[in-house]
Design a protein around this ligand. Sequence first.
Ligand code: B16
Ligand code: MG
Length: 224
Amino acid sequence: MERKIEAYIFDMDGVLVSTEKYHFASWKRLAETLGFSIDEEFNEQLKGVSRAVCIDLIVAHGNLQKSQEEKDMLAAQKNEWFLEYISEISQKDVLQGVLSFLQSAKQKNIKMAVGSASKNAPLLLQKMGITHFFDAIVDGNSITNAKPNPEVFLKAAQNMNVSPQKCLVFEDAQSGVTAAKRAGMFCVGIGNSEILSEADVCFPGFATISIEKLEDIFSNNTCG
Ligand code: B16
Ligand code: MG
């Protein structure tokens, strides 16, 4: 029996916009003020997970002991730098191919949601002028369990009134791909297929993705 996708759920950072470089720059700057450095490989662990989990990972990486109050202050500092870095973001920063993909999906009446760990998601979507495309926005302000917990994607499906089996998630982070699979959803990895090995299929970005191609892959996939 042919299966159809009824809804798309987009991660934000690294999928709709390349803000991951600003998250990385802010965490690196913070680590350096604490006396150590972080590299791109370590940064893979920070992608997709909440600010609070990131600060725990950073502190552990530097073999430091910090109280909750100190960690909150460090996280606030990181966010202040991140907000400075993203202050000039506008529609020109939407990743290549994303805008035309959103327009085509809207024309086909496919439901769409954002499922992001970021508390800055509403601000960034507004800066990029793409908020109106989405039927639901579930972000770091509305969830209690960070990815790889599936809560963010299950909530997005529920808010759109679509069953998880009919949702397709776009993700650039290992933690996010795991969350999508735990939610019982088909997952399209955006980025390196070796890093995102749990995804059902991988593309380097939206420039090479079309709705027709996705329908084809989804309907022929028996284990997604
Ligand atoms: P904030 P996503 C995630 O967004 C980022 O990938 C991750 O690097 C960041 O730490 C997290 O949001 C929290 O962001 O500090 O802005 O609340 O990829 O799930 O859209
Ligand atoms: Mg991401």
